[in-house]
Design a protein around this ligand. Structure first.
Ligand SMILES: C[C@](O)(CO)[C@H](O)COP(=O)(O)OP(=O)(O)OC[C@H]1O[C@@H](n2ccc(N)nc2=O)[C@H](O)[C@@H]1O
Ligand SMILES: Nc1ncnc2c1ncn2[C@@H]1O[C@H](COP(=O)(O)OP(=O)(O)OP(=O)(O)O)[C@@H](O)[C@H]1O
Length: 353
């Protein structure tokens, strides 16, 4: 928060964005465009990246935090792509929709004449410096890059005072990646299409999670490809269209963590374990030490264990660490809010007066 206030004083906007896990991930057949239709239940958890955007003379991105060395500080960074995409969109809209002329009465000449109205478009759309305080593990199946992209859209929108329609933000989010739309939304929500169509789901309760983060990440395309390969090897060709499961919907409606633990499902889990067999030992240990359920998060390799409260979370985190099967163990509570502004410069709609 102090960093956010300092950023605001320098004319920057800071946005906080959560990591996600997938409580359910049902993978349909591979589509002609290479993606897979999904039915997923996204769940945002309280493990956050903070993104600060500040006006700059050229586009730039920097990182801090324990995972900073794993993320490019170049134009490949998804956050920088998001900032440029929003700038391009705003410029295109301004060009397509030139300032409307308005009629005014000019007393000296009598008749009405046309003059351009005062520009409504915000000034100063241009290069920004994006700083990512990174706490979300990288290539971990927790949508860290997507979270940064979503946060940057929200931060630049606030910085440039664009007030972009949610529909347009969603369009840009989908262009950046399948998980970006959910990072804008947060909470617990159903994802369909390739994951970019996000809709609310009736859910109650707060859930406590223990996350076992692996040292080395997994590539999302490689895990989907392994899922296809395993299905082909088994001769599974008639993959049904993915649908949310009644058990998961009932568990969420009831807010019952035991029912939720039993309903956790991830169709990418087998593929992630096939590529990283060492994860099975950690999964078994978590369940043995009392988790209500355990699952590979998204495309992995992070493992998410559901426990029945904060004490259970501490006990499991200690047990997993002490047993030596997992070196980086975190605790988080869900659901968490989607990308939200922490602080904005004075004088802007979101800033202090
Ligand atoms: C595994 C999940 O995290 C579950 O939420 C997502 O499906 C992955 O979302 P993401 O990382 O934002 O993925 P994208 O950047 O859109 O796609 C990366 C690659 O993952 C594969 N991919 C992704 C999403 C999807 N529905 N089907 C796919 O097959 C494709 O090979 C794609 O080229
Ligand atoms: N801002 C960013 N934050 C994290 N990774 C980024 C970012 N920009 C680009 N990347 C790259 O994207 C790749 C995937 O990282 P990310 O942390 O998003 O994976 P993930 O959590 O497995 O994604 P998902 O769960 O959405 O499939 C990494 O190789 C990373 O270097």
């Amino acid at each position: 928060m102090v960093a956010a206030m300092t950023a605001a004083a320098r004319g920057g906007v800071t946005v906080r964005v959560p990591a996600k896990i997938n409580l359910e991930l049902i993978v349909g057949p591979r589509r002609a465009d290479g993606y897979h239709d999904l039915s997923t239940v996204f769940h945002a958890v309280g493990l956050y990246d903070d993104i600060t955007v500040t006006p700059a003379s050229q586009w730039a991105v920097t990182l801090s935090g324990p995972y900073r060395h794993l993320v490019p500080e170049t134009g490949d960074n998804l956050a920088l792509k998001a900032a440029r995409l929003l700038a391009q969109r705003a410029a295109a809209e301004a060009a397509a929709d030139p300032e409307p002329a308005e009629e005014v009465e000019e007393p000296s000449r009598g008749p009405l004449r046309q003059v351009p109205s005062k520009p409504e478009e915000p000034q100063g759309i241009g290069p920004v410096h994006v700083h990512i305080a990174k706490e979300i593990p990288v290539a971990a199946g927790m949508a860290g890059g997507s979270a940064d992209a979503a946060a940057t859209l929200v931060a630049c929108d606030a910085l440039w005072q664009l007030n972009t329609d949610r529909e347009v933000l969603d369009e840009l989010a989908a262009e950046l990646g399948s998980d970006v739309n959910f990072a804008l939304t947060g909470g617990t929500a159903i994802g369909s299409g390739r994951g970019e169509r996000v809709a609310p789901v009736l859910s109650r309760g707060r859930y406590h999670w223990v996350l076992a983060v692996a040292k080395e990440g997994l590539s999302t395309p490689a895990v989907f490809a392994e899922c296809d390969r395993l299905r082909d090897d088994r001769g599974e060709h008639d993959i049904p269209d993915p649908q949310p499961s009644p058990d998961m919907m009932a568990a969420l409606r009831g807010g019952d963590s035991h029912a939720l633990g039993a309903a956790l499902r991830n169709d990418l889990q087998e593929a992630a374990l096939s590529l990283r067999p060492d994860l099975q030992e950690v999964l078994d240990a978590g369940l043995e030490y009392g988790a209500l359920g355990g699952i590979v998060s998204g495309s992995g390799p992070t493992l998410a264990f559901l426990v029945d409260g904060p004490e259970g979370a501490l006990d499991l985190a200690v047990a997993l660490t002490a047993s030596g099967v997992a070196s980086d163990v975190k605790r988080a509570v869900g659901p968490a809010h989607g990308a939200h502004v922490l602080n904005a410069p004075a004088g802007t709609p979101l800033g202090r007066k």
